[in-house]
Design a protein around this ligand. Structure first.
Ligand code: PMP
Length: 413
């Protein structure tokens, strides 16, 4: 009789022989904070979650009902990997309103835009390939690049987003043999800085990407959440004016921040050779995005509910942002310096007096208020004084009370 005892000379961690990026993986630093969010009385400036009070529950219930009644089989059956043709048509109309010229065939529906980024990395990045990313940056983009084994190189930003002159100099000095494959940016109401890249910089970015043959990734979940200032067209819209520019821009859109993240509906608009490969990658990822969710999203978009919903959430975010900034100025006038975003969900702030935001967070959690310390948004060296404050979730009264608690935490640090 043969023995089936497995000999494991090492501890179980080693015995599994994990692939390199998963040997010592770092989880999302923001998701780690979520254990505190449910605590009674907690006021959270931490997550990039849309406000739970502001979901269009009625409108979405009607869309779900209409989707199921009008075509239950389309909701229940597997669907096209690239997405439902009808939803893609509705999304093309949405993109036309954003000044982007595209057809339904140019759109790939993804399970959240996060999946789109992951699929794109699978088609472009082999371990060791260089990827550029703005810094500070969206943590899940950094995490995805790390898991893809990319050589991550950061690009400098200022209060207006990517410093294109610095980037041009960086690219001019780059050795030809190992040029970067892509550049990731959130140009409108960035996560975490809230910054918006001005039009001239957008045009310059397209020119640089085209000249250096770098895929420029425009991640745009927040663009419609403008409550001040003048709208700027997406980079993708401006790419048409640069010869060959459209060949180098990949755009990610999402319904998460403007409708509901629970739908998990995102979309990608990519040059055809890239889109084709992303669809192949998606075939091995989830076969297709939930048809029930896609049909619901399509009915919601086609019912014109989005326009009035956007008006209501943008108004609410404006007053929540103002309330938070006013309260911080009132309670901690000399301790925190805040950015003043024109939309989105985030204020980027710096603590004065050499305070470390991670230390302040510990005191803040004791007082039932939370934020995300800046280190989550840096690839290597972090600015320890920085922090991200989301104004989306707390209402005006909570923003006031949260700022008071934060000031108390600051006074003890
Ligand atoms: N990009 C950015 C900049 C984000 O902030 C988020 C969500 N926090 C995403 C992408 C992911 O969005 P989705 O829910 O569409 O996957």
């Amino acid at each position: 009789m043969t023995s089936c005892t497995t000999v494991r000379p090492e501890g179980p961690e080693e015995a599994y022989a994990f692939a390199a990026p998963f040997r010592a993986p770092q989880g999302s630093p923001i998701r780690e904070l979520f254990k505190y969010v449910g605590r009674p009385g907690m006021i959270s400036f931490a997550g990039g979650y849309p406000s739970k009070d502001l979901f269009d529950r009625e409108g979405l219930a009607r869309a779900l009902d209409a989707a199921y009644r009008s075509d239950p089989i389309a909701c229940l059956q597997y669907g096209d990997t690239a997405g439902s043709p009808l939803l893609r048509r509705s999304l093309a109309r949405l993109m036309a309103a954003r000044e982007v010229n595209c057809s339904a065939d140019d759109i790939v529906v993804t399970t959240g835009s996060q999946q789109g980024f992951d699929l794109l990395l699978r088609t472009l990045i082999a371990p060791g390939d260089t990827a550029l990313i703005e810094e500070p940056a969206y943590p899940a983009a950094i995490q995805a690049l790390r898991l893809a084994g990319a050589n991550i190189v950061t690009v400098r930003t200022d209060g207006d987003g990517i410093d294109v002159d610095a980037l041009a100099a960086q690219l001019d000095a780059w050795p030809q043999a190992c040029r970067p494959k892509l550049l990731y940016t959130v140009p409108t109401f960035a996560n975490p800085t809230g910054a918006t890249l001005p039009r001239a910089r957008r045009e310059a970015l397209v020119r640089l990407a085209t000249q250096h043959r770098i895929v420029l990734i425009e991640d745009d979940p927040y663009g419609e959440l403008r409550f001040a200032g003048t709208p700027v067209p997406p980079i993708l819209a401006l790419a048409d004016a640069c010869p060959g520019g459209r060949d180098w821009v990949v755009y990610f859109g999402s319904l998460s921040k403007i409708v509901a993240p629970g739908l998990r509906i995102g979309w990608a608009i990519a040059p055809a050779p890239i889109a084709r490969r992303m669809i192949v990658a998606k075939q091995t990822s989830d076969l297709c995005t939930s048809p029930l969710s896609q049909e619901t999203a399509r009915h919601y978009l086609d019912s014109a509910s989005l326009e009035s919903h956007l008006r209501s959430i943008v108004g609410a975010y404006r007053s929540r942002c103002e309330a938070m900034l006013k309260a911080l100025t009132h309670f901690a006038p000399n301790e925190v310096i805040c950015s003043a975003p024109q939309g989105g969900m985030f204020v980027w702030a710096r603590l004065t007096g050499g305070r470390d935001a991670a230390d302040v967070l510990k005191r803040a959690i004791e007082r039932n208020v939370m934020f995300v310390p800046g280190h989550a948004f840096y690839v290597r060296e972090a600015d320890a004084s920085s922090l991200r404050l989301s104004f989306a979730a707390p209402n005006e009264a909570e923003a006031f009370e949260g700022a008071r608690r934060l000031a108390s935490a600051l006074s003890q640090t």
